[in-house]
Write a protein that binds this ligand. Structure first.
Ligand code: GTP
Ligand code: MG
Length: 303
């Protein structure tokens, strides 16, 4: 019998290329939030897929981008540190807008990692197949990728081929996690992320970049199959608070309703969700608030 394989696969790339969509597709479940707005993912998110003879530990990461605020810096540091520490570095680019010049520094900064580099060209559902060859050619020259796989995380096309490549390059190792563990994230974190997703989907312009969600209380009442959750959406300015609450509180109500439905389905319980909006001036540059809201500075392997 072939020896067991297990290892860590980091999914890396610029914002909005479809890393979280692919992560969820690999895992067959919504474990990371997805929006049409760049810079959605802010933490490294771990998801485990057990296959015959192997265990893949996928790590979704924040998109690598220019660093403006302290939050941006911490997000990018998290992505780089995760990449440097993993067995396989899965870079993702978009088929319809490959940006070699912007991907180059990102790939350079991760070259000192010990992991096997793979490239996934995502969103092929948006392009004609003949546009792919020149992209493959360009990226092959950029780095010695062990495999380059065109795919669509949205439709699933090519995802199994990519999974086979991952399994091929996964190191021999006993499993890192017991078979019944799917993630290391808490229910509280997942709930805060779902609320943040709805906030982003319902807000415009600069607001998505300025919101954080904290869960003040999470009380389970098993006898009534009920969970009572109190959450706060933090924004940076009063004007943002106004927009988020909306006329007569309509927008916040809609965000709350959509979040509640999804949380109920996930927890398999009735949920009472209370949401508040709080203004924390310039929290995206405040180290103390960043720590408090769940974006600690990762000191290892910083670029
Ligand atoms: N057409 C198409 N859209 C996709 C595909 N994969 C992802 N998307 C869309 O691209 C957008 C961004 O997807 P995400 O998965 O959030 O991207 P991300 O790379 O995780 O983004 P950040 O977390 O911001 O770095 C969403 O609107 C997705 O629905 C794909 O294969 N085809
Ligand atoms: Mg993401």
């Amino acid at each position: 019998m072939a020896p067991f394989k297990s290892g860590f696969i980091s999914i890396l790339g610029r914002p909005n290329v479809g890393k979280s969509t692919l992560f969820n597709r690999f895992l067959g479940d919504k474990m990371a939030i997805v929006t049409q707005t760049p810079q959605t993912t802010r933490n490294r998110i771990l998801g485990i897929k057990n296959v015959e003879g192997g265990q893949c530990i996928f790590l979704d990461t924040p998109g690598i981008h220019e660093r403006r605020s302290e939050l941006n810096k911490r997000m990018v540091r998290t992505a780089i540190a995760t990449g440097l520490d993993s067995d396989i570095l899965l870079f993702i680019i978009e088929a319809h807008s490959p940006l070699l010049a912007k991907d180059q520094p990102m790939i350079e900064s991760l070259k000192e990692g010990k992991g096997v580099p793979l490239l996934g060209i995502n969103k092929i559902d948006l392009v004609r197949k003949e546009t792919l060859l020149p992209i493959i050619d360009q990226y092959q020259k950029l780095h010695s990728f062990e495999a380059i796989v065109p795919l669509s995380a949205a439709t699933g096309e090519g995802v199994n081929i990519l999974l086979e490549e991952i399994l091929k390059h996964l190191p021999h190792s006993p499993p890192y996690y017991p078979i019944d563990i799917m993630t290391d994230q808490t229910e509280r974190f997942w709930v805060s992320e779902v609320i943040r997703e709805k906030v982003i989907q319902h807000s415009y312009q600069e607001i998505p970049y300025s919101t954080a969600v904290s869960i003040e209380s999470f009380k389970e009442h098993p006898e009534r199959n009920l969970v009572v959750i109190k959450g706060t959406v933090h924004v940076e300015r009063n004007s943002q608070k106004k927009i988020l609450i909306g006329k007569g509180g309509q927008k916040l109500k809609k965000i709350g309703e959509e979040s509640r439905k999804e949380i109920e389905a996930f927890l398999g319980a009735k949920v009472f969700l209370e949401l508040w909006v709080n203004v924390e001036k310039d929290w995206t540059n405040d180290p103390r608030l960043l720590d408090e809201f769940g974006y600690p500075s990762t000191s290892t392997h910083s670029p």
